[in-house]
Design a protein around this ligand. Structure first.
Ligand code: GLV
Length: 310
């Protein structure tokens, strides 16, 4: 059956030619999230990119959809029945891991406090700092992002422990990998707890008040996965009570974080507006295009697709 490939990815002219060479028999149509038409959605048998979830019900002929993001929850319950759904997991991992490391080092070196002091033209030594040398970094979610982040931390002398749902051998970057069931055992041992978890029924509210309470008083918390995995009210409570050295959140629940959220004003808590990944680095965009092209080759050859969600 001939394919109608609706490509909503940010592709260059050269990359368009590459898609066309991979599937010479197919119809290739390029559009954007906002410019895509109802006719194109209806005709599409394959969609790549980031269509509005509410548009997906129009895709009556769809057989396969690959989102350009790692997270897939926005399409839950929004896709036509029986289609194949793949993600672009892994394409943004370098970007997100670098952002996590940047925020972690900023918190270790008290940069938010020094920035506040700079704004007030105040020259003041804020005292002790933290190093990753010899620190135990516990990563919740030892997937692509967690693994990349762990490799960076290990390069700086940290001991890295990854927790994941199921353990099937070693994961690059980790000195040890264990299952999520061991979470409460590991929390008191960690100098840094870094969350890179997807949104799922198992992860919602995972870092709750009890678990935040198990962290060391001077530990650092990072969240760059999904905001729903962290109980933000509990974080506010424990930090206001003086627990934790600092924290950095690139994701919140809800997003945007409401203007009146008390989290904005907590010292040594860095908030960035879900910008760790996305298409902010050319290497992320290129990785995303390469994944779509590789999966298209597999799809046409009848081979299993990479990053299959369902
Ligand atoms: C970013 O949050 C992504 O899901 O790719």
């Amino acid at each position: 059956m001939s394919e109608y490939i609706l490509n909503l990815l940010p592709v260059t002219e050269e990359e368009k030619r590459e898609f066309e060479a991979i599937a010479p028999q197919a119809v290739h149509v390029y559009a954007g999230r906002r410019t895509v038409t109802q006719e194109q959605l209806e005709a599409a048998t394959v969609i790549f990119g980031w269509p509005r979830p509410s548009d997906m019900k129009q895709a009556r002929n769809l057989r396969w959809f690959q989102t350009m993001w790692a997270g897939t929850e926005e399409y839950e319950g929004m896709l036509p029945q029986g289609i194949c759904f793949t993600s672009s997991a892994g394409s943004n991992s370098r970007s997100v891991a670098e952002h996590m490391l940047a925020s972690l080092l900023a918190v270790c070196r008290r940069l938010p406090t020094y920035r506040d002091a700079q704004k007030a033209h105040r020259w003041e030594d804020e005292g002790a700092m933290k190093t990753l040398l010899g620190a135990t970094v516990l990563v919740l979610g030892a997937g692509h992002i967690g693994s990349e982040f762990a490799q960076m931390c290990r390069g700086l002398g940290a001991h890295t422990v990854g927790l994941k749902r199921t353990v099937r051998g070693d994961v690059p970057g980790f000195d040890q990998v264990a299952t999520m069931e061991e979470l409460e055992q590991w929390l008191p041992q960690a100098d840094v707890v870094a969350m890179s978890l997807p949104h799922s029924p198992e992860t919602v509210g995972l870092m709750n008040e009890k678990r935040l309470g198990l962290m060391r008083d001077d530990a650092i918390l990072l969240n760059a996965g999904r905001g729903s995995a962290l109980d933000q009210q509990a974080l506010e409570k424990v930090m206001k009570e003086g627990k934790l050295w600092g924290a950095a959140l690139d994701v919140t629940d809800p997003e945007p974080l409401p203007q009146d959220s008390p989290l904005w004003d907590i010292p040594n808590l860095i908030i960035t507006p879900h910008v760790a990944g996305g298409m902010r680095l050319e290497i992320t965009r290129q990785a995303c295009i390469k994944q779509a092209q590789d999966n298209l080759r597999r799809y046409l050859a009848g081979e299993p697709l990479v990053n299959q969600v369902k």
